[in-house]
Design a protein around this ligand. Structure first.
Ligand SMILES: [Zn+2]
Ligand SMILES: [Zn+2]
Length: 274
């Protein structure tokens, strides 16, 4: 099994467990690395220095037992300045570029999702998803992120709402365009188990169709659980590894500190973590 996760939330943002509880659980699971990725967005953001200090304390305390990394999950619409303090950045798109009085995340509740589409896109879900992918396509330019988080989050409520036909060209062409552009920037795409863990028809973000294209574009991947509680730290990993192999990928990336304390990607054979 995969022995690392790099998309982890704690009580310092919207997670249920403290960073130390997460570290203890990760050691329990035999993890070699654990990467924290607290939210930095308009809906939820941390006191960055407090967060980094705590991760640093844990890194020293558990040195030699587990490699602890201080990342952030930066939102596409948030001030990218904070990324320079993190060891790695997951660039995610939870908000659209709309002039709302208050921040309106697309993944918070289905009622909010529907109301954003009604108010800003005249109930046209295809034009809403196009706006989403236009913004996602700029992830690297805006955030200089290392990883693109949950690429097709726009379909978060699609099982319940069935408002977007994911097999229609109108939906997937803007998605593929964004994906191809991001592949040229050499960012790593996350296979995010959040969708699978919340019961979305046994799919990940990105869905199987997009994943197959990602492989054709030469995209690189990392597998993350997007855990908000310690019990879900490795949830969905076996499924994600199987899915990645099925979509043609040979390697999965992990992040680790090199000998000089710098965080680097390293490729591992998917067949070795099966
Ligand atoms: Zn997210
Ligand atoms: Zn997250």
């Amino acid at each position: 099994m995969l022995k690392a996760n790099f998309h982890t939330h704690t009580t310092l943002c919207d997670g249920k467990d403290t960073p130390e509880d997460i570290v203890v659980k990760a050691i329990d699971l035999g993890f070699r690395q654990i990467g924290f990725s607290g939210h930095m967005d308009y809906g939820c953001h941390m006191v960055l220095m407090e967060y980094l200090t705590e991760v640093d304390r844990l890194r020293k305390k558990y040195e030699g037992i587990i490699d602890i990394l201080a990342g952030i999950e930066l939102d596409n619409m948030y001030n990218p300045e904070c990324a320079k303090y993190a060891e790695y950045t997951i660039g995610s798109t939870h908000f659209l570029d709309i002039r709302s009085e208050q921040p309106l995340a697309i993944d918070l509740t289905k009622e909010q999702f529907v109301s954003i589409c009604h108010r800003y896109f005249s109930d046209d879900y295809i034009s809403m998803s196009r706006a989403y992918y236009e913004l996602v396509g700029k992830s690297y330019d805006r955030m200089h992120c290392d990883i693109v988080g949950h690429f097709d989050l726009i379909v978060r409520f699609n099982d319940e709402l069935n408002c977007i036909d994911e097999t229609s060209r109108k939906y997937y062409m803007p998605a593929l365009e964004a994906m191809e552009n991001l592949c040229k920037k050499d960012v790593v795409f996350e296979l995010n188990c959040g969708a699978y863990n919340r019961g979305r028809k046994r799919e990940l973000y990105p869905n199987t169709f997009l994943l197959k294209h990602l492989n054709e574009f030469g995209g690189r991947i990392i597998i993350n659980s997007d855990a908000h509680q310690k019990e879900l730290l490795s949830e969905g990993f076996d499924f994600a590894v199987k899915k990645a192999i099925e979509c043609g990928f040979k390697y999965v990336n992990i992040l680790k500190h090199d000998g000089n304390g710098k965080v680097v990607f390293q490729e591992e054979l998917l067949s070795s973590v099966q």
